[in-house]
Structures are given as structure tokens and as C-alpha cells.
Design a protein around this ligand. Structure first.
Ligand SMILES: Nc1ncnc2c1ncn2[C@@H]1O[C@H](COP(=O)(O)OP(=O)(O)OP(=O)(O)O)[C@@H](O)[C@H]1O
Length: 702
């Protein structure tokens, strides 16, 4: 069909509702071939609406033809919808339906694109826009403009005011969903602590609410007197990866925010969890907890050791641990306190505190003891707001190393878990002015300010991130901008007296949500022996290991035989008429109840005990007697190969030779040969010197 003269490109079909707006062809990005028939239908429709009378007739004619022609591509359900709805006069509804037929990932190049899509989706999801400004119609609206996101209500007029600064992406995979384990975005959780007794006494009321597991509402308006922050902090609604109300227990906080990161560390990745918030908001409670109510640090360590135990068969694991604090811009070792430490940048490990001790820990209890020791060394002082206020930022680092031999190569992995309890931001009035406390407060605020600058720079995608502005940000460089999975737990107080601090914390938490870390990589090394020398060394190691294992097997077998000999001797003495059967079946009846119990307890234990018994053979019972006993055994070697092995008779303990197998005239029948082989194993290999028969026989002859 010839294209009508006023026909427009597909992009213009979308644009015609808002004349004069520039749209980019990236709207079409991701368009799959499957939606092409729908698009052509749409194009035809738009043509139909703008044609002259004659043209419209021609158009209708061609449409009839196209409907009747079975060979032409049939319209899908979605395109049928589009056809029926195309008659509507509401352009936004038309556009909404058009978008519904699109693949979900759409690149928007301009502010107008974003505004239009948001408007369309606003119509689509109605009130959902109000309740979830970040997730619009199933997409997360990801941009650098944030303040409008936090509004309690978002109408079309508000949407129209949106001024995104950069190219926007609507990416359905970036929804704020906890436990999804995305590795490239900082996960942010908010925890509200219960209102304290002190706050209740002074008549404080609750000013914040958590809802639906993810949402936080401020139930008060911003303070009109706070001119500096008023503009920035007018948001009253926030959505995070998780929102914990006052009654959430420690276990739940750990499971939601940190458990998956512990798992990642075991896979050789780096993970960090940090608590952020104003003084007295509950950071230390969340991170460390109490003896009765252990926090994230303790639960993570316990979980880590439990998981290591489960994986013990997979390879060798070792755990090292260091604990440091940043106090008044100096770095101190909490496990072996001494002089201040210097931070150095290491190519492989990133920023490290030179001289920081790393303790090797073998069990959760050992780690707990170290943690307790470190906490005793941590600087805490009472302030007006918190009786046990942490005056320093504390960082616990746990390194988990794994190594295993896979074939000839050695695989090793190292994962690092950093658990960080930040000191609380505070106003000078909250602490004691003009004292050491206020100096500490100033330093704490300085480092937290540096942290906020880094967050801002990271969110805005700046090239230079001012990590060097404070010791804290230097140490957090990995967690914020490196190859690391990071979770932030923002702690807030519900009291209206801390409303400003709560708003501030929520503002920074909301920003931190947009930080993208580098994709988390596994720190794995595979050593494959390359040179002949390395291969030879490896071969020697394997041979050595093999030899040791053979020795162990031989010793255990020897003990077993010694025990069995003794049981036969006892039978000779006490139970002469007990019929001898194969060694394994004679073991149990010959033992008394006590011995039997020991055998069931542990093989090794029972073998050692039996060895003892061997040397308790009654006086006068010579080894010759034992030998005779074996010779007098009613069984032939073929019936009881074990006895054959032990007998001193040449006939019975004759070595099995090549001839025995091949020669049809062999005195042994084939089945007997097979039995003998499995028990005597006298094939002449050098390792057979270690075999039990050899040693056992010698012992009895002595
Ligand atoms: N979720 C909670 N449940 C019960 N009590 C809590 C909770 N969170 C905090 N608290 C209590 O609130 C008080 C202050 O908490 P915490 O010391 O953890 O605050 P903080 O943010 O670490 O303060 P700072 O920055 O001054 O060290 C403590 O007495 C603590 O027991």
C-alpha cells in the first residue's frame, strides 16, 4: 500500500499527543521482531486518523483487505487491544497501551520522555504512584533527581516538574526488593528503635512509621525553623530494601540484611555491612547487641562458623580476624592496642592499616572472646543522648580463606567481611560543649561529612571521589566504590525530638541506595604447576601423602588382627567348643558386653583397646600356643583366608603367584585364589611390607 503523504514515522505516533517535544529514537531500543506487526498496525491507525476523507476511505479499504488476507501476519491480543482502543480520544491512554506492548527496558534520552512515561504509568497504576514513587508501573525510576521521590503524594503536576539531570533508564531488574542479592547496588535497610523510657518521660511522641516491610513514613512535617535543611529535607515518604519497625528482633535484621553477604564471603567475595545514624539511634545495638540479644556481628560470626562446619569436607578453611577503630582521626588496633596505625594503599588488598594484627580463629567461641576483648578497648563515653555512646568508628574484618586441591592444581579463595559500627552524627548541643566530647563530636561529624561527600560524588557519577578526606572514607573505599557487596543499616529514633536527625539519616540512606559498586568478583587463584620442577615437587608431595595414608591403614589393620588373634586365644582358653567362623563374625560373640560396647563406640578406640588386650594374654600362654591354635583351626585356607594368612604352615600361607592364576593345575581353585588375594595381598609390591599380615605374623612368632 502506498504510504499516505501525511504519514509519520513510528516515533512521531508517540509524539503527536504532545506537540513540539523532542524524542529520541532510543524509544525504539529493544524493539523485538515479535512486536513489529503491532507497530505496523499502530502506524496504520495513526495514518487513518489524520487522513482526508478520500484517503480515509482508501485506508479503510486496505484495512478490510488486510483483515481478510490470511497470509498476512495476524494481530496478537495486544495489537487487537490497541486497535480497539485506538478510537479513544485520550492520548495518554493510547500511549499507555502502546507502551504495554513494548519490551520492558526502555531508554529515555530526555526529560520529556521521562515525564511522559511517568504520566502514562501514573494513569496505569493510579494510587500506586503515590505509595511508591520509585517504582512506577513496575519500573524503578532511576535518576539523579531525588527530592521529589520522597514526597508523600505525587500528582501529575508534580510529575511534570521532575527535572532529571541525566539520561534515564527504566530497568525493571533494579526494583528495591530485599533478599534478591544484586551485587551492583548498595542495599539499604532502615531500622527504627523503640522509643526509650527517657523519651517517654519527657513526653516525646512517635514521628516515624515503617510499613509493608520496605516503606518509611515521617508522620510530622519538617521543622519550619530549620532553614538550612528545609529545602533538602522535605520528603516524607521513603522506600528502601527493607524497613524494620520497632519490634523487629535481631535475628530478623541479620537474616534480611547480612546472611546473604556471609554466604558471598564463603564464595570468596568481599562484603560489608555498616550501621549509620545519629547518636543514640541504635547502631551499636544493631551491630553488636547485648549478651541477651546479640547483634549482626555476633550472629554473622556464629553463622559463618556453622557454614564452615557444613563445608569442612570441601576443602581447608581458615578464618583470620582484625578489629580496629578510628578515633579522632587516628586508626587504632583494638585487639592489640598500641600506637596509631598508618593507612597504606595496597594494589591487591586496597587500603590497609599497616601493622594491624590479624588473629587466626578456629571456633566461634574464640572469635567471641576476641570480639569482647576488642570492645573493651573501644572508646565509649556517656553523652547527654546516650550513656554508652561510641566515640569512634569500629571496623571488624573477617578474612575467610579456602584452599583445595583439584587434580594437579591448587584452588584458593579469600573472602572478606567488614562489619562497621559508625559513631553517631550529633549536634554539639547533644554532647557537652567545649570539652573532649565536643572535639570527638567534631571529628565524628567531620568523617561523616566526608562520607556524605563520597556518597554524593558516587551517586552523581563524578570522576573524583574524595575518599582521602578522612580516615573513615579511606577505609570504606572498598565497601562504597570497590568490588564489594554492601549493605547499609540506617538506624533512626522514633522520637519527634530527634526529628531532624531522623530526616537527615533518611535523606542520606535514600541517596546511598543509588550508589553502584563495581560488580562483585570472586577472589580466586588457581595454581597449576607449570615447570617440570614444580610438577616433580607436586608428585613427591602426593607420593608422600600416599605413603602416610598407607602407613595409617597398615597400622589400623595390624591392630585389628592383633585383636582378633586375642579373641581366638580367649576362645581357646574359655570356650574351646565355640565354632570358629570368619574373623568378622567371630568378633562379636567372643566379646563380653563391655568390649562390645566399646567396639560400637569407635573403631579406632576399640582397636587401641584390643591392642592392650593382646598384651594381657594370661601368663603361660605362649605365642607358640597361639600359632598352634591357628594351625588347629578346623577351617581350610580357602574357607577362611584370614586363617590361611596367619598360619605358619607353608601349605596354608603359600604366596599366590602368577602361576596360581594362570596354571590350570594350580593347587588352589580360582575362587579360593580370589579370596586369598583380597586378604593376604601378597603380590610382592614394596608397600606390602606394611601390610598387617607381615607384621602380625612376626609379632606372634616372637
Ligand atoms: N532495637 C532496639 N531495641 C531495644 N533497645 C534498643 C534498640 N536500639 C537501641 N536500643 C537502645 O538504645 C540505646 C542507644 O543505642 P546505641 O548505643 O546502640 O546507639 P548508637 O546509635 O550506637 O549511639 P552512639 O552513636 O552514640 O554510639 C541503648 O541503650 C540501646 O540498648
Amino acid at each position: 500500500m502506498p504510504a499516505p503523504s501525511r504519514s509519520k514515522s513510528f516515533g512521531n505516533v508517540h509524539r503527536m499527543d504532545i506537540p513540539g517535544r523532542e524524542h529520541s529514537s532510543s524509544y525504539m531500543e529493544g524493539q523485538s521482531s515479535s512486536i513489529k506487526p503491532q507497530l505496523s498496525n499502530l502506524r496504520s491507525l495513526s495514518r487513518g486518523r489524520f487522513l482526508t476523507r478520500a484517503g480515509r476511505e482508501q485506508f479503510n479499504e486496505s484495512r478490510r483487505n488486510s483483515n481478510s488476507a490470511s497470509a498476512k501476519p495476524c494481530a496478537s491480543h495486544e495489537s487487537i487491544d490497541l486497535l480497539s482502543s485506538a478510537r479513544t480520544t485520550n492520548p495518554l491512554i493510547q500511549r499507555r497501551q502502546t507502551l504495554a506492548a513494548f519490551p520492558k527496558k526502555i531508554e529515555l534520552a530526555t526529560e520529556d520522555d521521562a515525564t511522559s512515561v511517568l504520566k502514562i504509568n501514573a494513569l496505569n497504576i493510579g494510587d500506586n504512584v503515590n505509595s511508591s514513587p520509585h517504582i512506577v508501573g513496575g519500573y524503578q525510576y532511576k535518576s539523579s533527581a531525588r527530592s521529589y521521590k520522597s514526597r508523600n503524594s505525587l500528582d501529575n503536576a508534580d510529575v511534570a516538574k521532575l527535572k532529571p539531570r541525566k539520561k534515564l533508564t527504566l530497568d525493571p531488574t533494579q526494583e528495591c526488593t530485599p533478599n534478591k542479592g544484586h551485587s551492583d547496588r548498595i542495599r539499604v535497610y532502615v531500622r527504627i528503635r523503640p522509643i526509650s523510657k527517657k523519651e517517654k518521660e519527657v513526653g516525646a511522641r512517635c514521628c516515624v512509621k515503617a510499613a509493608n516491610g520496605k516503606e518509611i513514613y515521617l508522620t510530622e512535617m519538617a521543622l519550619e525553623s530549620d532553614y538550612l535543611r528545609l529545602k533538602r529535607l522535605k520528603g516524607r515518604y521513603f522506600i528502601f530494601d527493607g524497613a524494620f519497625p520497632e519490634n523487629t528482633n535481631q535475628e530478623e535484621v541479620y537474616r534480611t540484611s547480612t546472611e546473604q553477604l556471609v554466604e558471598a564471603v564463603l564464595e570468596g567475595k568481599n562484603s560489608s555491612v555498616f550501621c549509620y545514624g545519629a547518636t543514640g539511634a541504635g547502631k551499636t545495638f544493631t551491630m553488636l547487641g547485648t549478651m541477651k540479644d546479640p547483634g549482626v556481628m555476633v550472629l554473622a560470626l556464629k553463622d559463618l562458623f556453622a557454614k564452615l562446619k557444613q563445608r569442612s569436607s570441601e576443602g581447608e578453611h581458615s578464618v583470620r580476624l582484625s578489629y580496629l577503630e578510628v578515633y579522632n582521626e587516628t586508626v587504632r588496633d583494638l585487639l592489640s592496642p598500641g600506637r596509631a596505625l598508618v593507612l597504606r594503599e595496597d594494589l591487591k588488598q586496597g587500603i590497609v592499616a599497616a601493622g594491624l594484627t590479624q588473629y587466626k580463629a578456629c571456633s566461634a567461641d574464640e572469635v567471641m572472646a576476641l570480639l569482647q576483648q576488642g570492645n573493651q578497648n573501644r572508646t565509649t563515653e556517656p553523652t547527654r543522648l546516650n550513656e554508652t555512646s561510641s566515640r569512634s568508628h569500629a571496623i571488624l574484618q573477617i578474612f575467610v580463606e579456602y584452599s583445595a586441591r583439584v587434580g594437579v592444581s591448587l584452588v584458593s579463595r579469600t573472602g572478606k567481611l567488614s562489619l562497621i559500627d559508625l559513631a553517631g552524627s550529633e549536634r554539639a548541643i547533644a554532647t557537652d560543649q567545649r570539652t573532649l566530647r565536643s572535639l570527638e563530636g567534631a571529628n565524628i561529624n567531620r568523617s561523616l561529612l566526608a562520607l556524605s561527600s563520597c556518597i554524593s560524588a558516587l551517586v552523581e557519577g563524578k570522576k573524583h571521589i574524595p575518599f582521602r578526606n578522612s580516615k573513615l572514607t579511606q577505609l570504606l573505599k572498598d565497601s562504597l566504590g570497590g568490588s564489594c557487596q554492601t549493605a547499609m543499616i540506617a538506624n533512626i529514633s522514633p522520637s519527634n525530638m530527634s526529628f531532624g536527625e531522623t530526616q537527615n539519616t533518611l535523606y542520606w540512606a535514600d541517596r546511598a541506595k543509588e550508589i553502584r559498586t563495581k560488580g562483585c568478583v570472586t577472589n580466586e587463584e588457581i595454581q597449576v604447576p607449570e615447570s617440570g620442577c614444580e610438577q616433580l615437587q607436586l608428585l613427591l608431595e602426593v607420593q608422600k601423602e600416599n605413603h602416610q595414608l598407607r602407613m595409617q591403614v597398615a597400622q589400623l589393620q595390624q591392630k585389628l588382627i592383633a585383636f582378633e588373634s586375642h579373641s581366638l586365644v580367649s576362645k581357646q582358653d574359655g570356650f574351646a567348643d565355640v565354632k570358629m567362623t570368619s574373623p568378622t563374625s567371630t568378633l562379636k560373640p567372643a566379646l563380653n558386653a563391655n568390649q562390645k560396647e566399646n567396639i560400637e563406640e569407635s573403631d579406632i578406640k576399640h582397636q587401641v583397646r584390643c591392642d592392650d588386650l593382646l598384651f594381657k594374654i594370661p601368663n603361660g600362654f605362649s605365642s607358640a600356643k597361639a600359632t598352634n591354635l591357628m594351625i588347629r583351626s578346623p577351617l581350610t585356607p580357602s574357607q577362611d583366608p584370614y586363617l590361611c594368612f596367619h598360619s605358619t604352615s607353608r601349605d596354608h600361607c603359600r604366596k599366590r603367584t602368577f602361576w596360581d592364576i594362570t596354571n590350570a593345575n594350580s593347587p588352589y581353585d580360582k575362587s579360593a585364589c580370589r579370596n586369598i588375594k583380597s586378604n593376604t595381598a601378597t603380590t610382592g609390591s614394596p608397600s606390602m611390607l606394611m601390610q598387617p599380615g607381615f607384621l602380625g605374623r612376626r609379632r606372634l612368632k616372637l
